[in-house]
Write a protein that binds this ligand. Structure first.
Ligand SMILES: Nc1ncnc2c1ncn2[C@@H]1O[C@H](COP(=O)(O)OP(=O)(O)OP(=O)(O)O)[C@@H](O)[C@H]1O
Ligand SMILES: [Mg+2]
Length: 511
């Protein structure tokens, strides 16, 4: 497999793939309106653009998921038709999608060998399948048992499995749609090491990211998309503010505009919260007007604590008090009635009803409350939804657009918007700006400022350290299921946070 792959890759710098004048329309929106792209062997080519600019649509054309309305794609100088995944694979194009393509009910090993499991005497050779999976997982450096059903993995590990799956194809063009969005610093480093290795082997990598600092670190060239058009091709070393200028069309002077509000009463009090084997004796409070950040590595137990506090999962000991009311365990409705909201990390699985429209999704929380109260003020709800959609700059054809057809970042805005419409008193945000472009992030931060200025409390889990440092008032750090420290945001550095995050917890029952 290796040798044929080597033979197929060309000398570094040779043009492998070219897209010319690509156009693609959907009802009510011109997603691509003239896009050109050239990919060379042995380069990391970054695609940059705001949410809804057309990045995912472009790569879906290259991977055969969509057919363009106009324009053409050339591979090795020859025009090609990419009618589906099979064509893409024959041309040596592999894609890691923004929304995972794994089957949650199947095991990691089954997902990794999907469509072409190793066979012996006509039967699937399970032993070899597991060995092959282990070798691939080892290559991406992730510690997962190949027999685990994918649905049980956290989102970061799912991403690593998705990457391993693409590596299995030995492609010469590897497309990665926001692979780092769900990874923490350590995992990003591992991923970059893999990407550099592939690049040195002559693979051409298309890399989509909203983390601008990654561009200079991993990229060679950048193609900027704006409103469905390729507007510039620049070197990856281009200064960030210039990149933002080309991408957004205006400068952004402050990426983290936190305005601290006065601290009031504690709105959320968590004491001694324990779930055996997952998190242990977690206690903290969040006061009116505060943004409390929660940092930690993947697996530190941050999401698990958030879910338990919100009532999505149960716990074995401890208590949660919201606005003076002790919440019953595992009761999401009681939590929402007390004024608690949760923006989950996994928007596709938990945050959205993909088949429903934007207006319905934005109204989901209030709707439930209203139905329980016995009446539904549809017009009022629609009005509130329209206002929030406007505040968040959701790029849509209208409130009646299906959420499924929104771009990744715009879906995330809907998840956040849902809780703004619901007017929660305490909002837990789990990776709130994952997949959100730089301009829209600032809009969301402004909304967080408005919330806290109005006396609301925010608990923000984030793996984006600049965001944690820039937008929190205090930072809690978790490691191995325990709270290992608290830092004031002012004067704290990324290294300070990381030093705590890697703490070995003595006597912890959490693995
Ligand atoms: N299947 C579809 N039906 C209707 N509209 C679509 C569909 N797919 C994409 N769109 C629209 O096309 C535009 C471009 O979307 P695309 O997903 O390519 O953006 P993107 O650059 O990947 O954004 P993000 O950074 O948020 O992921 C958006 O306005 C989106 O709503
Ligand atoms: Mg996208």
């Amino acid at each position: 497999m290796m040798s044929s792959d080597k033979a197929r890759t060309r000398a570094h710098g040779t043009e492998i793939l070219r897209a010319e004048g690509l156009r693609k329309g959907f009802p009510g929106v011109q997603a691509l309106d003239g896009v050109d792209l050239t990919l060379r062997a042995g380069e990391v080519h970054v695609l940059l653009g705001e949410n809804g600019a057309g990045k995912s649509t472009l790569i879906k054309i290259l991977s055969g998921a969509y057919r363009p309305d106009a324009g053409r794609v050339l591979v090795d100088g020859q025009p090609v038709e990419i009618r589906g995944a099979g064509d893409a694979q024959r041309l040596g194009i592999a894609t890691i999608y923004q929304e995972f393509n794994l089957v949650p009910q199947l095991t990691v090993a089954e997902n990794l060998s999907l469509g072409r499991p190793p066979r012996r005497f006509g039967l699937v050779d399970r032993k070899r399948m597991i060995e092959q999976a282990e070798a691939l997982l080892d290559r991406v450096g992730v510690d997962v048992d190949p027999r685990t059903p994918v649905g049980r993995l956290g989102i970061a590990r799912m991403q690593m499995v998705e990457i391993a799956k693409a590596l299995a194809l030995d492609a010469r063009v590897l497309i990665m749609d926001e692979p780092t969005a769900v990874l923490t610093t350590g995992e990003v480093e591992k991923l970059f090491a893999i990407v550099r290795q592939l690049r040195d082997d002559g693979v051409s990598i298309v890399f989509i990211t909203h983390h601008l600092e990654e561009i200079a670190e991993i990229g060679d060239r950048v193609t900027v998309l704006r409103d469905g058009r390729s507007v510039a091709e620049v070197p990856a070393g281009t200064p960030q503010d210039e990149l933002i200028g080309v991408m957004v069309g205006r400068p952004i002077d402050q990426q983290y505009p936190r305005q601290a509000a006065g601290r009031g009463e504690p709105l959320l009090k968590v004491s001694g919260l324990t779930r055996t084997g997952v998190f242990d004796d977690v206690s903290f409070e969040v006061r009116a007007g505060e943004v409390v950040g929660v940092a930690g590595l993947v697996g530190a137990g941050r999401t698990e604590v958030a879910r338990a506090v919100f009532g999505a999962d149960s716990y074995d000991a401890g208590e949660v008090v919201v606005r003076g009311r002790r919440l019953p365990k595992g009761d999401v409705h009681a939590a929402m009635e007390a004024g608690l909201g949760l923006v989950p990390e996994d928007r596709k699985g938990q945050g959205l009803v993909l088949g429903a429209d934007i207006g319905e999704n934005l109204g989901l929380v209030t709707m439930r409350a209203a139905t329980r109260a016995g009446f539904v003020d549809r017009a009022g709800q629609r009005g509130a939804a329209a206002k929030v959609a406007e505040q968040l700059g959701i790029r849509m054809t209208g409130l009646d657009q299906e959420v499924r057809t929104l771009s990744g970042g715009n879906q995330q805005k809907v998840v956040i918007g849902k809780w703004l419409v619901a007017d929660a008193h305490v909002l837990i945000l789990d990776e709130p700006t994952r997949g959100i472009d730089v301009g829209a992030k600032v809009e969301i931060y402004q909304l967080v400022n408005e919330l806290t200025a109005a006396g609301r409390a925010v608990l923000m889990i984030s793996s984006d350290l600049p965001e944690i440092l820039g937008m929190s008032d205090r930072i809690l750090v978790m490691a191995r299921g325990r709270l290992v420290g608290e830092l004031p945001a002012a004067g704290t550095t990324q290294d300070d946070v990381m030093a705590l995050a890697v703490t070995e917890v003595e006597g912890s029952r959490v693995q």
